[in-house]
Ligand binder design. Structure first.
Ligand SMILES: [Zn+2]
Length: 281
């Protein structure tokens, strides 16, 4: 994607390299100090506690400098987010409404969100409660090494656009409708609705790529498709458990995910993204 020198979103919070546990460490330090004092005065051995204290302050309070590669990934992500803002402002306007921009938090290791705590293991996600997209960029290394996706910047762009798609579902009320319908359903039925939500977010990612065509480079769509395929439920299940259980699908198969992304990319029309045919949305 041609992204250098273009507008970067101002809605990005970069928490990589900075400590999330600063306060905890101070609290732990104080409690630790009391324990040390207590042990010293009661004649116990304080060496172990002192060592623990050192470990704590070393790992949780020190901020580190981002590498050049990390900075570049941050700039790229901020440019993609800016592109989604431009595209969705236009689409909402055409449909007579106003787009509210989501935030994006870049983090490493662990993060606190309005939807609870999360670790890098959860992958990128959108939290409706604070309208923020949470991205641990090391996920993309795993996408490549563990899930076999092609390496490329557009895999990241696809995932950001997919998470923005969930934000759009929140603004349009689709997400709320689905969550309501899922109450009282069997798990298999509820999972089908989750799949439809995910496929629609893939469609929205494709829709975004369609409206961002002028910045695409050869190979970009292939990278997005490869990423979409790598994160298909069947592909993930095969890698993690060795078998495929369709009822447990919550995101759709690799084939479905690629199809809906391509449908969005080819049509460029919001109205073509009905992944809920049986519900009449
Ligand atoms: Zn999703």
């Amino acid at each position: 994607m041609k992204w250098r020198g273009r507008r970067k979103s101002s809605n990005v919070e970069d928490r990589r390299g900075s400590s999330t546990g600063g306060k905890i460490a101070i609290g732990g330090g104080l409690i630790g100090l009391i324990i040390v004092l207590f042990q010293l005065f009661s004649g116990g051995d304080a060496t172990e506690v002192l060592e623990q204290l050192q470990d704590q302050s070393g790992t949780t309070t020190e901020a580190r400098e981002l590498t050049a590669e990390e900075k570049e990934l941050g700039d790229f992500s901020a440019t993609v987010l800016a592109d989604t803002e431009d595209v969705w402002h236009e689409i909402f306007q055409q449909n007579g409404s106003t787009y509210r921009e989501p935030g994006m938090v870049l983090f490493s290791d662990a993060v606190r969100t309005a939807c609870g705590g999360a670790s890098a293991a959860s992958g990128p996600f959108y939290c409706p409660a604070d309208e923020k997209i949470y991205m641990d960029l090391s996920f993309f290394e795993a996408l490549h090494t563990r899930f076999g996706a092609e390496k490329g910047d557009f895999a990241i762009a696809y995932v950001i656009a997919h998470e923005v798609g969930h934000h759009v579902q929140g603004l349009l009320g689709t997400m709320q409708q689905v969550r309501q319908l899922q109450q009282g359903m069997s798990t298999a039925e509820a999972n089908q609705l989750s799949v439809a939500l995910e496929l629609q977010a893939d469609f929205y990612a494709g829709l975004w790529a369609h409206h961002n065509r002028e910045y695409l480079e050869e190979g970009d769509i292939g990278e997005a498709m490869s990423a979409a395929s790598a994160v298909g439920d069947d592909a993930i299940q095969r890698r993690t458990s060795g078998r495929v259980v369709p009822d447990a699908f919550t995101h759709g198969t690799s084939q479905q995910r690629m199809e809906w992304f391509m449908k969005g990319y080819k049509t460029g029309e919001l109205q073509s993204g009905n992944t809920f045919p049986s519900l009449g949305f």
